[in-house]
Design a protein around this ligand. Structure first.
Ligand SMILES: Cc1cc2nc3c(=O)[nH]c(=O)nc-3n(C[C@H](O)[C@H](O)[C@H](O)COP(=O)(O)OP(=O)(O)OC[C@H]3O[C@@H](n4cnc5c(N)ncnc54)[C@H](O)[C@@H]3O)c2cc1C
Length: 604
C-alpha cells in the first residue's frame, strides 16, 4: 500500500551533507543465533555483504548489511527486501505499489476471491497470501464479505490474541560526532528516563551511521538517542507530538522552524546532561573533565529523524506484536487456510518482533499449501533455535509493576520488581564489568537470560536479568576495584573470605575498606539471578569488577533458602519450614501453568 517494499523494514538513505548516510527507521540487523533464516537469506542466498552491528560485540553476534565487502558502512536493512523484489520482478512477477487492499469477497467461481483496492481497482485471485500485520488485516476483514464459515468468531478471537507494541526511535545528526571524536564512544548503551515533558534517552553509540575521514577522525553522523518500546506508549509520551505526518513512520525535524529548533535543543540538552552528570560518573571510558565543556563547545544537532511505529502508522499499526494468550495460536497462525487465504506475517508467528517470524511463516505456508520445500538446506531453523522468550501479556506487565518496591520501578524485557518477600532491590549500575564463563568481561546491563557466567567457584547460568529503573538521586556504595569503580546498592551482599556480607555491613566491620558511600544520580540498576531454576546447584553468584556478588536475584525461593541479605535472614526466621515449602509449591505451580505465558518473541 506504500510506494516502497519492506513494510517495517525501512531505510532512509541519502542523508547528511554528502547524502550518503542511512537511518534504518525500522528493522536494522540480523542475529544468526535467533534469526538464522534471515541471516542465511541475506548472506548465503542473496550474497549481500554484512558487517558487525556493534564493534564491542566479540565474537560478533549481530549484523548489519554493508555497502560492500569489508566495509563498515551501512547499506540499509531494506536492501535485502529490495533485492528480493528485484529478483522476483526479473523472474516475471508484477508489483503494484500504492495499492491498498480494502476488502475481499467471494467471486463467482467457488475457489476465487474478489479483491477491491483503495484506488478502485478490482482483481480476482484463486490463491491468496496476505502479508499483513494484525491491525491492517482486521481492517480488511471487517470490510470484507466472506461466505459463512470462512471466518468465524473463533478466528476473530484468535486474531485478537496478539497485541501491538509501540516503538519509537530518535537519531540526532551532528556534523561533529563529539561522542566519537571527543569521547571515543563507538559501542555501548546509555539511558535516562523521561516523561511527557522530558525526552527519554535509551540510545546505542554503535547504532547510528557515522562517517569519519580516511584516518578514522573528524567523524560526523547520527547518534541514536532513543530506541524505546512498550505496549502502552508511555515511553513515547514526549516524542509522539512530533510525528509530523501520520502517513509516514518517519519524521525529519530540522532547525529552520522554531518548533524543530526547540526539539533539537531539548534533545541536545538531554544527551549533554546524561554525559555530564550520569555517564561521566559511571562510564570509565571518559571523565567528567572531558565532558565539562561539552555543552558550551558543542552545537545542537542539525536535524533529527524520529521513527514512530504506533496504531496510526498505516499498514503497520505498531512496531511489532506480542502474544497475549497462547491458547489459540494454531488458529491465529492460519485463520483462513481452509478458505484458501493464507497469512504470512511477523504478527502471527513464533518469532515476533523479527523478520524471522514472517520468513518462518512463509516457509510453512509454501510447504503446506503449495508443496514448495524450504530453500535453506541443512540450516537448523527449528522453533527451539528461533525462540527468544519474553513475557508480554498485559497482566504480566501489571503483575511485575505491582511488585515493585522501594520507590524504584522496573521495565523492559526480563525486568522485574522486587519479590514479595523480605528483600529490597539489590543491584549495581549497568557499567559494572561482569565476568563471563569464558573469562571475558561485558557490561552488566548487557547480560541476558541464558548467559554463562563465572560464579567465583564455577560456572552458572543467568536465569533472570533484572532491571530496576531509578531515574533519581540515591545513596550508593562505590567500591574501588582494579577494574574501576563498582557502584551498587549499599546492602548488596558480597563474598568476603567465605562469608556473605552486605557491602555497608562489611565496610563497618572493617572487612571492606575500599568503599565510599555517596549520593549519586542513578538511571537504572541491574542484578542477576543465577541458576534460579536449580536451587543449590551452583553458588548463585556472579563476579563484577572482580568482586563476587550475590546472584539470588528477586527469587523468593532462593533468597529464603540461602538468605544473605539481613532482611531475608529475618524473613526466614519469620517463616517456618512449612512456609518455605509453600513458596516452593507456589513457584512450581506458576512455572508450570502460571498466569504469565512464556512468549516466543523477539528482543529487539
Ligand atoms: C523499530 C523496529 C525495529 C526492528 N528491528 C528488527 C531487526 O533488527 N531485525 C529483524 O529481523 N526485525 C526487526 N523488526 C521487525 C521487522 O521489521 C518485522 O518483523 C518485519 O518487517 C515483518 O515483516 P512482515 O512482512 O511480516 O510485515 P511488514 O513489514 O509490516 O509488511 C507488511 C506489508 O503489508 C503492507 N500492507 C498492510 N496493509 C495493506 C493493505 N491493506 N494493502 C496492501 N498492503 C498492505 C504494508 O504496507 C507492508 O508493506 C523491527 C521492527 C521495528 C518496527
Amino acid at each position: 500500500m506504500t510506494g516502497r517494499v519492506g513494510g517495517r523494514i525501512m531505510s532512509l538513505r541519502g542523508l547528511g551533507p554528502e547524502e550518503d548516510l542511512v537511518v534504518d527507521v525500522g528493522a536494522y540487523r540480523t542475529w544468526p543465533e535467533y534469526t538464522p533464516i534471515t541471516h542465511a537469506l541475506v548472506t548465503d542466498y542473496l550474497g549481500l555483504p554484512v558487517h558487525c552491528y556493534d564493534p564491542g560485540d566479540v565474537p560478533c553476534a549481530k549484523f548489519n548489511i554493508a555497502t560492500e565487502v569489508g566495509s563498515d558502512r551501512k547499506a540499509g536493512f531494506a536492501t535485502f527486501v529490495e533485492e528480493m523484489m528485484k529478483r522476483l520482478v526479473d523472474a516475471g512477477a508484477r508489483w503494484f505499489p500504492n495499492y491498498e487492499l480494502k476488502a475481499i469477497a467471494q467471486a463467482s467461481a467457488p475457489a476465487d476471491k474478489q479483491l477491491t483496492f483503495g484506488n478502485g481497482a478490482q482483481a480476482v485471485a484463486s490463491k491468496l497470501i496476505l502479508n499483513m500485520p494484525q491491525r491492517p488485516l482486521l481492517k480488511v476483514l471487517r470490510a470484507s464479505s466472506l461466505p459463512m464459515g470462512a471466518v468465524d468468531s473463533g478466528s476473530f478471537g484468535a486474531l485478537h490474541t496478539v497485541a501491538t507494541e509501540i516503538v519509537t526511535k530518535v537519531y540526532l545528526y551532528y556534523s561533529d560526532a563529539w561522542w566519537v571524536n571527543d569521547l571515543g564512544l563507538t559501542s555501548g548503551t546509555f539511558e535516562l528516563s523521561g516523561d511527557a515533558t522530558e525526552m527519554e534517552l535509551k540510545g546505542r553509540y554503535h547504532d547510528g551511521d557515522v562517517k569519519c575521514d580516511a584516518n578514522g577522525q573528524n567523524c560526523h553522523g547520527f547518534l541514536q538517542a532513543t530506541y524505546a518500546h512498550d505496549f502502552a506508549g508511555a515511553t513515547s509520551m514526549y516524542l509522539r507530538r512530533f510525528q509530523n505526518d501520520r502517513e509516514s513512520p518517519a519524521t525529519i525535524v530540522g532547525s529552520d522552524d522554531p518548533e524543530g529548533a526547540n526539539f533539537l535543543q531539548h534533545a541536545h540538552d538531554r544527551v549533554v546532561y546524561y554525559h555530564k552528570y550520569v555517564g561521566a560518573a559511571s562510564d570509565d571510558r571518559y571523565t567528567a573533565f572531558q565532558v565539562r565543556n561539552l555543552h558550551s563547545q558543542t552545537s545542537p544537532p542539525e536535524f533529527a529523524v524520529i521513527a514512530h511505529w504506533n496504531i496510526a502508522t498505516p499498514g503497520a499499526g505498531g512496531g511489532w506484536h506480542g502474544w497475549t494468550n497462547l491458547d489459540h495460536t494454531d488458529v491465529a497462525l492460519d485463520p483462513l487456510g481452509s478458505y484458501g487465504i493464507h497469512l504470512v506475517n511477523e504478527a502471527f508467528s513464533f518469532v515476533q518482533g523479527w523478520a524471522e517470524g514472517s520468513l518462518q511463516q512463509a516457509d510453512t505456508v509454501l510447504k503446506d499449501y503449495f508443496g514448495v520445500d524450504r530453500p535453506w538446506g541443512a540450516l537448523d531453523v527449528s522453533s527451539e533455535i528461533s525462540k527468544v522468550v519474553r513475557d508480554t501479556a498485559m497482566d504480566c506487565d501489571t503483575a511485575s509493576a505491582s511488585t515493585t518496591t522501594g520507590g524504584s520501578s522496573s521495565s523492559g524485557s526480563g525486568s522485574s520488581g522486587s519479590g514479595g518477600g523480605g528483600g529490597s532491590p539489590l543491584c549495581f549500575t549497568g557499567e559494572a564489568r561482569l565476568q563471563l564463563a569464558n573469562g571475558s568481561l561485558v557490561l552488566l546491563r548487557d547480560a541476558q537470560k541464558g548467559d554463562r557466567v563465572w560464579t567465583g567457584d564455577g560456572v552458572g547460568t543467568v536465569t533472570e536479568a533484572l532491571t530496576h529503573e531509578v531515574g533519581g538521586m540515591m545513596e550508593v556504595a562505590v567500591l574501588s576495584t582494579p577494574h574501576g569503580a563498582l557502584v551498587g546498592t549499599t546492602n548488596h551482599p558480597v563474598l568476603v573470605g567465605s562469608e556473605w556480607h552486605e557491602i555497608a555491613a562489611a565496610h563497618a566491620a572493617g572487612l571492606l575498606p575500599e568503599v565510599s558511600f555517596e549520593q549519586r544520580f542513578v538511571d537504572a540498576l541491574y542484578n542477576l539471578e543465577i541458576d534460579g531454576d536449580a536451587p543449590g546447584a551452583s553458588a548463585h553468584a556472579y563476579v563484577v569488577n572482580g568482586v563476587i556478588a550475590s546472584g539470588l536475584g528477586d527469587n523468593e525461593v532462593l533468597n529464603l533458602a540461602f538468605p544473605r541479605q539481613e532482611s531475608w535472614k529475618a524473613e526466614k526466621e519469620r517463616n517456618a519450614a512449612t512456609q518455605v515449602e509453600k513458596f516452593h509449591a507456589e513457584v512450581n505451580e506458576s512455572l508450570s501453568v502460571g498466569g504469565c505465558p512464556s512468549m516466543l518473541v523477539g528482543a529487539n
